[in-house]
Design a protein. Structure first.
Length: 81
């Protein structure tokens, strides 16, 4: 099942990151984007998090293109992985 595989991959990534001395691991899906305020950076952002925390949750904002727009439909049909 995909959720079990995802959890396994996160666990493997966490162990790898700890072994490399990483303090934070940002887990997002392929179709997600982590956006910070202008002038900020990931290291600066995570340095500002209370060191007593071991997890941080973020709000998710969904964006869906208007599919009646022929340009967007054309782009989506050509951008395959």
């Amino acid at each position: 099942d995909w959720l079990a595989r995802q959890e396994l991959h996160v666990e493997i990534a966490m162990r790898w990151a700890r072994g490399k001395g990483c303090q934070w691991l940002l887990h997002i899906d392929l179709d997600e984007l982590f956006v910070l305020q202008e002038g900020s950076s990931a290291p600066r952002h995570f340095a500002s998090v209370d060191p007593a925390r071991d997890a941080v949750a973020y709000l998710n904002h969904e964006g869906v293109p208007e599919l009646h727009d022929e340009v967007i439909v054309s782009e989506l049909s050509h951008n395959r992985f």
